[in-house]
Design a protein. Structure first.
Length: 295
């Protein structure tokens, strides 16, 4: 039996599950415990992303999502021997401009915050704005450093990225972003940003959303083009997966859900060998979380 370990920095499954009152063991989503059980060891981040309809009461709604997730996790806790799940928030709107709310989320188990989604919020500008880090965003970054929370710059504007890079004393991650050199999309990172993340010993999660992989219809080899570029630019230590399952509508064939990531594993193993593939698929995230004392 081939052993494949799998670590993923980003999925939007909780939002989908919550709306359909679905079960985390087996559901219609792209990620559930049953599908993840096809891997040997698993590290899966679950992000809470708030659709517009939830933004009238972003804090309360995020708490509702967290409660729902926590209840589900409690129900299946016997699975969490070789499976580790971590909670993330995608978009600082949830904080409602109040630092105490960051502490509350931290106490509820949130370890990663993606500062913005695509738009400007109280913290900073996203990719669809020119704005950088704001005063409140600076306070959030400093408190996240203090609380040992992971700062995620995926979706951030270029100005926000560099403001965070300068201000944070810690490693930063781009949990689900690819390379702009290969696919010129604002959601992807340019080479300077990639080098800056490497310099801070952070992580870059390869995103499986077709639109961020290539201009046309993406296939598995197109994912490898981003991986090739990252390997050439920064070596293999800071590359991982940020698949974006349940957060996008087009994935390269034959990827339909997380269990299909075996196809990417096999391709990478053929192209880069077992050791580098294992680093990208699991080891780099494990080492990062161990160094930051989450494991
Ligand atoms: Zn996202």
């Amino acid at each position: 039996m081939v052993t494949i370990n799998f670590a993923d920095l980003h999925c939007d499954t909780i939002t989908k599950m919550f709306e359909h009152d679905a079960d985390i063991y087996q559901n219609f989503c792209q990620v559930d415990i049953k599908k993840l059980s096809t891997f040997d060891s698993v590290i899966q981040f679950f992000a809470i992303w708030l659709d517009k309809k939830y933004l009238a009461k972003p804090f309360d709604n995020t708490v509702e999502f967290i409660k729902y997730y926590t209840k589900q996790i409690e129900k299946y806790k016997t699975y969490f021997t070789n499976m580790k799940f971590f909670l993330a928030i995608e978009g600082g709107e949830a904080l409602e401009n109040n630092l105490d709310n960051l502490k509350k989320f931290h106490d509820m188990g949130v370890i990663l915050l993606t500062l913005t989604w695509n738009y400007e919020n109280d913290l900073a500008g996203g990719v669809k704005s020119q704005c950088g880090l704001k005063k409140f965003g600076g306070e959030v970054v400093e408190l996240m450093d203090e609380l040992n929370m992971i700062i995620d710059v995926s979706h951030a504007s270029e100005k926000t990225f560099w403001d965070v890079y300068k201000l944070s004393k810690n490693s930063i991650v781009a949990s689900h972003s690819n390379c702009r050199k290969i696919c010129d999309n604002a959601r992807n990172l340019d080479d300077e940003q990639i080098l800056a993340i490497k310099e801070k010993n952070g992580l870059i999660g390869l995103n499986l959303y077709s639109d961020f992989i290539s201009d046309g219809v993406a296939n598995l080899n197109d994912i490898a083009k981003h991986t090739d570029h990252l390997l050439n630019l920064i070596g293999e230590e800071n590359i991982c997966l940020g698949c974006d399952f349940d957060g996008a509508d087009r994935y390269p064939s034959p990827i339909k859900n997380v269990a299909d990531m075996k196809n990417v594993y096999n391709l990478f193993k053929k192209l880069y060998g077992k050791q580098i593939t294992e680093k990208i698929f699991y080891d780099n995230v494990k080492h990062f979380l161990t160094a930051r004392k989450f494991l």
